[in-house]
Ligand binder design. Structure first.
Ligand code: MG
Ligand code: MG
Length: 253
């Protein structure tokens, strides 16, 4: 069942979204060769707690940290650790969320570490653009397949592939609500979009094939072929006046 939100609930979700976006900006500014993913995770946690919010990821399904931090061919769900040190040329995906007054924000960005390859730069840009292509299709009366198809089409046009095994999701008082929001689909198919839907739209894009595998740690997901992967996510609300990007802050990246 899809929980539609009224305007007061969407306003409450804006606060959770803003805190999430600000935490990601702090994390982005820390990214440099030599820093551990643990240090970035700790800074995210401190900021979220300073805001009077709770890290949504900490303890979720037993996850041990406040952010998923995934490097290069790791797609999602990387576990921050003191011995995971960022190196020049890496790309790092930081995915985090905050719970504030009972509502959850969920957002992710991919950040280059120092100077990265042209291909890595293009992957990050295409992933970000595919999110915005999805947003253009996110309209009352359209269907979820229109959104997924818009994302996938842009990715495929650029020679990359979208991950199929993991998808975006509804979000509200729970981090994962109905419906699933795949990054692929058939135009005109799937759930009809209506005002009051709040969704985490999150393209995961691989340079190579779309297949992924889960690591023995039970969390980290990597590309099967070892190719680079990027991730871009915002929590959004669909209203009768259009789309609100709840986790976007003034300094967007
Ligand atoms: Mg996320
Ligand atoms: Mg999500």
């Amino acid at each position: 069942m899809i929980h539609l939100k009224n305007s007061a609930q969407i306003t409450a979700m804006k606060d959770a979204g803003r805190i999430t976006g600000e935490a990601l900006l702090i994390a982005r500014d820390m990214v440099r060769p030599g820093i551990s993913t643990y240090e970035i995770d700790q800074a995210i946690r401190r900021y979220i707690e300073k805001c009077g919010a709770k890290p949504a990821f900490l303890g979720y399904g037993g996850f041990p940290a406040s952010a998923c931090i995934s490097i290069n061919d790791e797609v999602i769900h990387g576990i921050p650790a003191k011995d995971r040190i960022l190196m020049e040329g890496d790309i790092v995906k930081i995915d985090t969320g905050a719970v504030y007054h009972g509502y959850v924000g969920d957002s992710a960005r991919t950040v280059p570490v120092g100077k990265v390859s042209e291909e890595a730069k293009r992957l990050i840009e295409v992933t970000r653009n595919s999110f915005w292509a999805g947003i253009e299709a996110l309209k009352v009366g359209n269907r979820l397949g229109d959104v997924g198809s818009a994302i996938d089409t842009l990715v495929v046009e650029n020679g990359f592939s979208t991950v199929k095994r993991y998808v975006g999701h509804g979000i509200g008082t729970d981090m994962h609500e109905s419906p699933d929001v795949p990054n692929f689909g058939t135009p005109g198919r799937g759930t009809r979009l209506c005002a009051g839907m709040t969704l985490a739209i999150e393209p995961m894009v691989n340079v190579g094939a779309c297949e992924v595998k889960e690591m023995p740690d039970g969390w980290t997901v990597k590309t099967m072929d070892g190719s680079l992967s990027a991730h871009y996510e915002n929590t959004v609300a669909l209203t009768s006046d259009g789309v609100l990007i709840l986790t976007q802050i003034e300094t967007d990246f």
